[in-house]
Design a protein around this ligand. Structure first.
Ligand SMILES: [Zn+2]
Length: 284
């Protein structure tokens, strides 16, 4: 591992709103003060590169203190992982404070710049950011693979696995909900395959930096766990449908019997996404 990697990245619980923490080589993280059942401790905004030429990933909610702290780093570009308000509500205020353009997969969230494309590579100082389309949580979900850029003509060279800013596609705690009907199981499983291939192709472990929950997971390990979890859930849903038919409320109650109120709607949407997937795979 590169010597600049901190011994240990912060677990979600170590982060505090307003405290900028180290998140790996050339990376920092700032927790927004929006804790909740879906956002866990809050949204984690990431900073790639040094003050004055950095890129912010996800402004987070429209919270003046949080946005002012991000603006003080003088970002030159703002990137968005996906459309949910806990990632995007602060876009216009942060743009107002910094003048930085905003780029996302969806034009709706772009300001003074075009949408991000799958496979596109951006350069920030000596780091490169590769854009990876990973639909499933939502149709516009992106991950950003950040690693040391190679000088032109430099062949191979030292290359760590880098870090994956995984948005809500992979979280630091628990698993991701699928926002039916925009988020689908078929898309999500394909995105996990894509991330598994990325982890396999990397010369070293790729470090996970999720938008919610603990930092520092190993992408290859976590993506395998996520895939197993998703397939196990699908098998459970299939069994429930066989036993009681495909009424969404009944299946949700059977598969998530103790779901707390705060995540009941998310559980219901994830069940709808799974019912749709099972229906479509049955119908051909
Ligand atoms: Zn989300």
């Amino acid at each position: 591992m590169p010597e600049t990697t901190p011994d240990r990245l912060p677990s979600g619980a170590d982060l505090a709103p307003g405290v900028l923490s180290d998140a790996g080589p050339g990376l920092r993280v700032l927790l927004a003060p929006n804790p909740g059942p879906m956002s866990l401790r809050g949204t984690q905004s990431y900073v790639i590169g040094p003050d004055g030429s950095c890129v912010i990933v996800d402004p987070g909610p429209e919270d003046e203190t949080h946005l002012a702290a991000l603006a003080a780093l003088r970002p030159v570009l703002i990137l968005i992982t996906h459309r949910h308000a806990d990632h995007t509500a602060g876009i216009d205020r942060l743009r107002e404070l910094t003048g930085a353009p905003v780029r996302a997969a969806s034009r709706t969230f772009c300001r003074a710049a075009g949408p991000l494309l799958d496979g596109e590579t951006l350069r920030v100082g000596d780091q490169e950011i590769r854009v990876i389309a990973t639909p499933g949580h939502t149709s516009d979900s992106l991950c950003f693979h950040v690693r040391a850029a190679r000088a032109p003509g430099e062949d191979g060279g030292p290359d760590g696995g880098g870090s994956l800013l995984s948005g809500d596609t992979i979280l630091g705690t628990g698993t991701t909900m699928l926002d039916h009907p925009d988020g689908t199981v078929a898309d999500y499983l394909a995105s996990l395959e894509k991330l598994a291939a990325l982890a396999e192709a990397a010369k070293a472990p790729v470090t996970l930096l999720p938008a919610h929950g603990g930092l520092g997971g190993d992408l290859g390990v976590v993506v395998r766990e996520y895939r197993e979890h998703r397939l196990a859930r699908l098998a459970e849903v299939r069994r429930a449908v066989t036993a009681m038919g495909d009424d969404g409320d009944a299946v949700t109650a059977a598969v998530y019997p103790d779901v707390p109120d705060g995540v009941r709607r998310a559980a219901r949407l994830s069940i709808e996404a799974q019912l749709r997937y099972l229906r479509e795979s049955r119908d051909g």
